[in-house]
Design a protein around this ligand. Structure first.
Ligand SMILES: NC(=O)c1ccc[n+]([C@@H]2O[C@H](COP(=O)([O-])OP(=O)(O)OC[C@H]3O[C@@H](n4cnc5c(N)ncnc54)[C@H](OP(=O)(O)O)[C@@H]3O)[C@@H](O)[C@H]2O)c1
Length: 274
């Protein structure tokens, strides 16, 4: 697995695991737990979850998957904007820690910007850090103007939508984050497993490189410095393919085929969200 080094010197894998939609179906639970454990064994030790996912259900699945191996994972969770007040953050964090069966998160994110002043949420995050309940904090779905307004060197990541179909961040947000040394965590890197993976350009590059379409798409996002991808996978063959993407390098010809099919942005675009 390839790693990225955070500002504080901690290394994290560039390919992690998403958990959206986990914990929604009780009959799928043991399969989801097994998937996350396999992903950890394959080196995808960064796990991304949120209080929103299955209203805590995904955090419980993660808690079961990491029981007895907390030290092996870099755990990321997110607070709802409506809980992002001084008191609300502290209470939401306690609930997340309980569901995850741990006493500390590696990274706690504001899921998207809401009604509370950023300064209040940041103060609450900093208090959690001082109490040892989170190691660092960051944001999600913040566009360039939000990041500039936040202007916080302590912000450890911005988690945003990024895949070949959604390249808007390449114009301004991504270069800005790279200049500030804030890693960008790409969500829905596989386009939620939809048409992107069947697109003729992706299929053509995959055939040329004797790789899976998902690997092409992940390697494409990872061509840029300061990017982490968090694909979600419940199937073993998907997990193995995703982990293998760390070794895949796209050549100039491959990138040209993808640029032709998914042109890079020529002007600023509002950040898209899923
Ligand atoms: N911050 C935010 O607002 C935000 C928003 C959306 C998502 N996220 C995070 O980002 C994570 C990833 O996004 P996502 O789950 O929406 O979408 P995604 O990772 O782009 O796609 C997941 C889908 O792709 C399939 N898949 C996985 N690996 C594959 C492979 N190798 N080949 C073919 N299909 C494959 C999965 O199937 P199986 O599950 O059947 O294997 C699943 O249906 C989320 O789980 C969540 O943690 C954050």
């Amino acid at each position: 697995m390839r790693n990225l080094t955070l500002a504080d010197g901690t290394t994290v894998p560039v390919i992690g695991q998403g958990t959206w939609h986990m914990g929604e179906d009780p009959t799928a639970r043991s399969r989801e737990v097994a998937a996350l454990r396999l992903g950890i064994e394959l080196g995808m030790t960064l796990i991304d979850t949120a209080e929103m996912y299955a209203e805590g259900g995904a955090e419980e699945v993660v808690g079961e998957a990491i029981a007895g191996r907390r030290d092996e994972v870099f755990l990321v969770s997110k607070v709802y904007p409506h809980n992002a007040s001084r008191q609300g953050v502290a209470q939401a964090c306690e609930r997340s820690l309980r569901r995850l069966g741990t006493d500390c998160l590696d990274l706690y994110l504001l899921h998207w910007r809401g009604q509370y002043p950023l300064a209040e949420t940041v103060e609450a995050f900093e208090r959690l850090k001082a109490e040892g309940k989170i190691r660092r904090w960051g944001v999600s779905n913040f566009d360039l103007d939000d990041m500039q307004e936040l202007a916080e060197p302590a912000c450890a990541t911005n988690q945003v939508l990024y895949n070949p179909e959604e390249r808007g961040i390449e114009f301004d947000l991504l270069p800005w984050c790279q200049a500030q040394r804030i890693p960008v965590m790409a969500y829905c890197p596989l386009g939620q497993g939809g048409d992107l993976l069947r697109h003729p350009a992706v299929v053509e590059v995959a055939r040329r490189l004797e790789a899976e379409p998902a690997q092409v798409v992940l390697a494409w996002a990872l061509r840029l410095p300061g990017v982490i991808v968090i694909p979600k996978a419940a199937r073993a063959e998907h997990l193995r393919a995703n982990a293998g993407a760390a070794e895949l390098r796209l050549g100039d010809d491959d990138l040209a085929v993808l640029d032709q099919a998914f042109p890079p942005p020529r002007r600023a675009q509002p950040l898209q969200m899923v």
